[in-house]
Each structure stands twice: as C-alpha cells, then as structure tokens.
Design a protein around this ligand. Structure first.
Ligand SMILES: C[S@@+](CC[C@H](N)C(=O)[O-])C[C@H]1O[C@@H](n2cnc3c(N)ncnc32)[C@H](O)[C@@H]1O
Length: 421
C-alpha cells in the first residue's frame, strides 16, 4: 500500500476509535473485516497507530492544536507506527516541518498530564496508591504489553514447548513467577504454530495465570469459575485439576462462553461444563449451594489494570461507571459465596488497580461473613512454592497486587477466604 493511502487509512481508523462508542479492539477488528485487502503489516501499522493515539492522547491533542489539516490526520501522524522516512514520504512539506517542530519539544518541557496521559481522576487515584512510583506506573501503563503464553501442562512441559517454539523461529523465555508461562519476543502469528493448534499453548497474561494458581484446584474436586468469560482462567484451572472432577464455567454472557468452546476443544479438557446464567442469583447457583470445593469470582471490573492492552478504557471508564461496577461486584461475590461447602476456598479477583473494586470489596465481604476466614495470599503462594510470594502481594501479605511497572504483568488483585468448617 502506498504510504499516503496507509496514512489516510490510519487517520480514518483514529477518527473511529476516538468516538469511544465501542471498545477499540472491536472497532479495529470491524475495520479489518471491512477492508479485507489489508495485509498483515498494514494491519499492524493501523492497529498500533490507533493504539498509540489512545495511549498518548493528551500530549498528541496538545501538539495537534498547531499544524493544518484534519485533526485526526495530525493525530495519526503523531502516533504513526513505522519508520520516520516512510511516514515522511506521505507528508506535505508543511506537515514535515510541523512534525519536526513537534519532535523537537523535549520531554522536560512536557506538562505532567502530557507525560502520564491519564484522566485526572485516575491519575489522582494511582498517585494516592503508589506515591513516588506514579511516573513509572504511568509509563508502564502506556507501553504495549508483551505476549505471554500459558503452557497446557496436560499436553506438554514448558521446557519442551520453549524448544519447539525456538525451532519454529519464536524466541520465548520462562515467565518469572508463573511456572506455566512463556514470554514471547515480538508478535508471531500463533495460529500457524503447531504447538498452538494441538492445544499445548494458550495466550494468557502471566498475572492471569497466577489467579488460577491461587485457586489451587485439585483432582476430583467440584469447582466453579463464576465469571468465566471466554475461559482464560477456566482452561488453566481445568488443566490444574488434571481433567478430573467437575469445573463449571458460569457467565451471564452466552456470547463470551461461546468463544470458550473452540479453546476447550483444543485444550483436550473434558471436565469443563459451561453454563450461561440469567443473573448471579440464577437457579443453577441455588442448586449447587454448599456443594462446591472452590469458587473463583473473576469479577467484571473497570479493567484499568489492562491499559497496556486496552488503552481506550482510561477514556471510556468514569467514576460513575466504577461505582456501578462496585455494586455489581459485591452482588456477585455475595451470591457466589453460597456455593461453597465448609472448608471450601473462595477467590475474588479483578484486573482493576482501584482500591474500591479490590480491598474495599474484600473488607466489606469479610465484615459481612465471619464464617469465611481470610487467607493471606502471601501464605497461599508460599504454600504453592511460587517464586517471590511476598513481592507479589500487598505489604501486609493479605492480598495479591500485581502492577505493570513492578511485575511486568497487567494490574491484578486477588483476595482468598476459606469457609470455616
Ligand atoms: C473479567 S471478565 C472474566 C474473564 C475470564 N475469567 C477470563 O479469564 O478470560 C468478567 C466476566 O463476568 C461476566 N459477568 C458479568 N456479570 C455477571 C454476573 N452477574 N454473573 C456472572 N458473570 C458475570 C462478564 O460477562 C465477563 O465475561
């Protein structure tokens, strides 16, 4: 594709994602479906340019106040993912001069909001939690995430898969914390790789893998993944159970559970039972009350721990949305707790970095339910012999708290309880 045409397409896609009427990944996928002629490199340029604009929106908008032409085009130029000389071959002389002037503004001259590129309410909430580490956190949230894989231990060993990937030209290193994880260099087309086709690997952030570990499901148990979605954690839990027992994958979205089916088929698991719920108090939940050994509530949340992958969320979520989610999270946890038998384990998790969706939900639950004994997550991790248990937790060891700038995972939270006997 000619550089000029590619830049025009980038500007078109930037305009679409900045409407914020749908998630950016859905807009990008729809754009690609409507433009089937685009090759893989052009798709990568388009997607990364749109995501760059979302990541650095405040700074780019400020720079785009100068210059000429449509605003989306100026934003696409600033966020363009690709060699500078390729980009410049698509620009007019005045655009080249404008871009050079933008590039010449040194980072020391940027205003704080142009450095962190976060809405004020979110910047304040993060600063209040991490203090001096705020700049490092903001920078890491604005970096693209690496590609992490989980090795399906039912099918293969991590070291063997690492060798197999190397033979296929894919460089992978073991993840530091999850014993199932491999971190990949670059973004290879996994669908073409034999290990993926035969179910030996799945894409899953290392932090997400750790949540499945914390549930610590055993052979032959009855387990519920209450908010299973497309089953990222379900698949890990099913493998941990060695394909025995019964693992219910619940979700209110039949559409998301549908996406679990091909992944299940690849994984070789036959112990998973997906079921769409009407709501969290569905009859199915009542029927299983008091019968379940382990329940994971991977609650619907603001997703603000995943800004590396979903940079649009910082512009689409509002404090009002978070308040509604908090009510929902408490209601789901309240319903899910009924499933547990005495001695059973309950895990509440989110991919949010906000205390109101995390520690506050856990504290309110402990207060309401003295029959549930909180288990310090650092102890749980030590029991599982996972590396650096303390480093993955809050200072008091009570909760899992993963941060992109410290752990190079998405932001995750988890709390664990055991129902008293
Ligand atoms: C964080 S996502 C789950 C991600 C999934 N566990 C994974 O690892 O891929 C939260 C899920 O909760 C589901 N959900 C929302 N409200 C629910 C409810 N009342 N009961 C059960 N699931 C619900 C959403 O459809 C969504 O799939």
């Amino acid at each position: 594709m000619h550089p000029k045409a590619l830049l025009d397409s980038c500007a078109e896609l930037v305009a679409l994602v900045l409407r914020f009427d749908h998630p950016a990944d859905a807009i990008v996928s729809r754009y690609f479906r409507q433009h089937k002629q685009l090759g893989p490199r052009e798709r990568a340029t388009l997607a990364e340019t749109a995501y760059n604009v979302l990541r650095h929106k405040l700074r780019f908008e400020s720079l785009a106040r100068s210059g000429q032409g449509p605003r989306e085009r100026r934003l696409a130029i600033l966020g363009f993912h690709g060699p500078r000389d390729f980009l410049k071959s698509a620009l007019s002389d005045s655009e080249k001069q404008w871009l050079d002037a933008c590039d010449a503004v040194p980072p020391e001259a940027w205003l704080p909001q142009h450095r962190h590129n976060l809405p004020d309410w979110l910047a304040d909430a993060l600063r209040a939690q991490v203090g001096d580490a705020f700049e490092a956190l903001a920078a890491s949230l604005n970096e693209p995430a690496p590609l992490d894989l989980r090795v399906n231990v039912l099918v293969a060993k991590r070291a063997d898969v690492q060798r197999e990937l190397a033979e296929a030209g894919v460089r992978a290193a073991p993840t530091p914390y999850s014993p199932w994880g491999l971190r990949i260099e670059g973004k290879p087309a996994l669908q073409k790789i034999e290990a993926f086709r035969r179910g030996a690997i799945e894409v899953q952030d290392e932090g997400s893998q750790l949540l499945a570990w914390i549930l610590d499901a055993h052979r032959g148990e009855m387990v519920v993944d209450f908010c299973a979605g497309a089953g990222g954690k379900t698949l890990a839990i099913g493998a941990m159970m060695r394909n025995t027992g019964r693992l219910y994958a619940f979700d209110t979205s039949a559409h998301r559970l549908e996406a679990l089916k091909p992944r299940l088929a690849r994984s070789g698991l036959s112990n998973v039972h997906p079921a769409a719920l009407a709501h969290e108090r569905d009859e199915r939940v009542k029927r299983l009350a008091g019968k379940i050994d382990r329940v994971l509530v991977d609650a619907p949340c603001s997703g603000l721990g995943t800004l590396r992958r979903n940079p649009d969320l910082k512009w689409r979520q509002t404090p009002q949305d978070v308040a509604e989610l908090v009510t929902k999270q408490a209601a789901i946890l309240e319903s899910a707790q009924r499933l547990l038998k005495p001695g059973g384990r309950l895990v509440y998790a989110t991919c949010s970095v906000l205390p109101e969706e995390n520690e506050a939900i856990a504290a309110a639950f402990s207060e309401r339910h003295p029959e549930f004994e909180p288990l310090p997550v650092a102890e749980v991790l030590r029991g599982l012999k996972l590396a650096e248990a303390e480093a993955l937790c809050t200072a008091d060891g009570r909760f899992l708290r993963l941060w992109p700038h410290r752990h190079h995972t998405d932001g995750f939270f988890a709390a664990v309880w055991q129902r008293r006997g």
